[in-house]
Design a protein around this ligand. Structure first.
Ligand SMILES: Nc1ncnc2c1ncn2[C@@H]1O[C@H](COP(=O)(O)OP(=O)(O)O)[C@@H](O)[C@H]1O
Ligand SMILES: [Mg+2]
Length: 241
């Protein structure tokens, strides 16, 4: 079953200057979909547009069959669509727990204590660090907190923009392992990544975005193995054989 769709989406920061140029992607419920592509292809702009943070001029965004194209960002969160930006995704001068409280606080009907308890069960490191300032966390732990802030509101779809950026290989592995656990809880994931190998290793399907629209789509594994795509878009050198 399809959970999230964009149809010929056109979006940009200034009127008449499209950055996303007719992108159509489909995400099935329970999938991890990876969005790859060269720098400046519009990957961040695409997921920000889906999240309601970049103005959409044409096309549509559909979540669970509902047209959410025109909803503002906070309404999209309420509809079950969460977004973790690449940077500035936690409040550094607040503690870990305050960051989580603030996030679930926009849902007046939710049980805060229970939400925090469940979050700590999924992210035991954060439980240990609950009283530390978010700004004092390591890069990897900060990305975990950012993901936890998005997950505490129990979204149906979680979109992340380069959660592994700037992390050492060990932390990259941890972040991606955690994303697989998150998916196992029933959350659908859309992952924008530069780190093609790690992303494709946990992804089900992938799109390659070029100049604001999808240029290739396929099973994650076959994309990694396709020498043309690898050379053009994934920064993978042809293996001498
Ligand atoms: N806030 C912004 N205002 C204006 N232009 C932007 C902004 N953010 C990104 N762009 C432009 O949009 C294009 C695509 O950027 P981006 O979506 O960040 O690509 P990617 O994430 O694939 O590297 C780039 O040419 C970039 O300069
Ligand atoms: Mg980007």
């Amino acid at each position: 079953m399809t959970i999230l769709t964009t149809r010929n989406l056109v979006a940009g920061y200034e009127p008449g200057l499209a950055i996303v140029r007719g992108a159509s992607i489909n995400v099935a419920a329970g999938e991890i979909v990876v969005i790859l592509g060269p720098n400046g292809a519009g990957k961040s702009s695409l997921i920000k547009a889906i999240a309601g943070l970049v103005p959409i001029s044409e096309g549509s965004v559909t979540l669970e069959g509902r047209d959410i194209t025109a909803l503002p960002a906070h309404r999209k969160i309420r509809e079950g669509l969460a977004f973790v930006p690449q940077t500035e995704n936690v409040f550094p001068r607040m503690t870990v727990e305050e960051n989580l409280r603030l996030s679930i606080g926009i849902f007046p009907d939710r049980n805060v204590a229970q939400g925090i308890e469940e979050t700590y069960a999924l992210f035991p490191d954060l439980a240990r660090q609950s009283r530390l300032l978010a700004g004092s966390l390591s890069g990897g732990q900060r990305q975990m907190l950012a993901a936890a802030r998005a997950l505490i509101v129990k979204p149906r779809v979680l979109m992340l923009d380069e959660p592994s950026a700037g992390l050492s290989p060990k932390f990259v592995e941890q972040v991606f392992a955690r994303l697989q656990e998150v998916r196992a809880t029933g959350v659908t994931i859309v992952l924008v990544e530069q780190n093609a190998r790690a992303a494709l290793s946990i992804g089900d399907r992938a799109y390659v975005l070029v100049e604001g629209r999808e240029a290739h789509e396929g099973p994650a594994r076959s994309l990694w193995d396709d020498p043309l795509i690898a050379e053009l878009y994934l920064g993978k050198r042809k293996e001498a054989s």
